[in-house]
Design a protein around this ligand. Structure first.
Ligand code: SAM
Length: 284
């Protein structure tokens, strides 16, 4: 019996049983490991941290993608930062109305291995004529991108450590603001309110974002294999409010079948518990 274990905090560990390790390789950026088990299927870790598994990837990829499209159904140009498994691009490409998707992933090996071992998320992504794959640092990319060139930026990143650190900086958020159109929306992987280390990252990111964007909200979802299972995305925008401006009828008219997201849950996801609201409001 083989177990993958992740240390969620000093006092808490999380383990998954697996049958075989499919691949283990150190890229120039991080340690990449792919495993296969019964209940969670194929999953991979970066530097030992759970990234994606076949059992709950639908939750994460639904929730990073669809709330923005339900708020602004006219999104045409999308920038994905990170997202090397391909799942976020897969969901964005389901919108026939989307004209261009640029994905900037720092580690090409993550995507190539996902194409090989995780077709559930990576299959068909690179082949879509609307896709541009760029293997580069996301911070460097936005620094060189043109003003107002994207309607939506999805930051599907790792935690604010190692290569992911730059994606949680004020400089990065300011560049995202400049690169977004006047109706632009930024969605970012926003950590978690439960364990101290993640909650501190969550608070710091929100403090930086709300000082740059006129609208800066946070929404939640259940991610069973991430630390505490309580995970968040940030919703920052120049014009659209994710609750007041949600267009449920228009989004449902897209006719997309989704396993987690729906327009009722959309509203509920922004209704945060008191302890989360208090932590987010705390700028110290
Ligand atoms: N859902 C996962 C999570 O919440 O931890 C993230 C999944 S996705 C695999 C994260 C991707 O971000 C990885 O492939 C990683 O290589 C990429 N990444 C990390 N830092 C980056 C950077 N500075 N620029 C572009 N991509 C980056």
């Amino acid at each position: 019996m083989k177990w993958y274990t992740e240390q969620w905090s000093d006092d808490c560990r999380f383990s998954l049983r697996y049958n075989e390790q499919l691949h283990s390789e150190a890229s120039p950026f991080q340690q990449i490991d792919f495993y296969k088990g019964d209940d969670f299927g194929t999953f991979f870790t970066l530097d030992g941290l759970m990234m994606v598994n076949e059992k709950d990837e639908f939750v994460y990829h639904d929730m990073i993608t669809h709330p923005a499209f339900a708020t602004n159904p006219n999104i045409k140009n999308v920038l994905i930062i990170g997202g090397g498994d391909g799942g976020t691009a897969r969901e964005v490409l389901r919108y026939k109305s989307v004209e261009k998707v640029v994905m900037v992933e720092i580690d090409e090996l993550v995507f190539r291995l996902s194409q090989n071992y995780l077709p559930l998320t990576a299959a068909g992504v690179e082949e879509d004529p609307r896709m541009t794959m760029i293997f580069d640092d996301g911070l460097a990319y936005v620094k060189n991108a043109r003003d107002k060139s994207f309607d939506l930026i999805l930051v599907d990143s790792t935690d604010p450590i190692s290569v992911g650190e730059g994606l949680f900086t004020t400089a990065f958020y300011k560049e995202c603001y400049r690169v977004l159109t006047d109706d632009g929306i930024l969605i970012n992987q926003h950590e978690s309110p439960y364990f101290t280390e993640y909650a501190e990252n969550m608070r710091k990111a929100h403090t930086k974002i709300k000082n740059i964007f006129p609208i800066a909200s946070v929404y939640q979802f259940h991610m069973p294999t991430y630390p505490s299972g309580h995970w968040l995305f940030g919703f920052a925008s120049k014009t659209f409010d994710p609750i007041q401006d949600v267009k449920a009828t228009e989004w449902n008219n897209f006719g997309l079948k989704t396993k987690y997201y729906n327009t009722d849950l959309h509203v509920g996801a922004f209704m945060l518990p008191t302890f989360v609201k208090e932590k987010l409001a705390n700028e110290e």
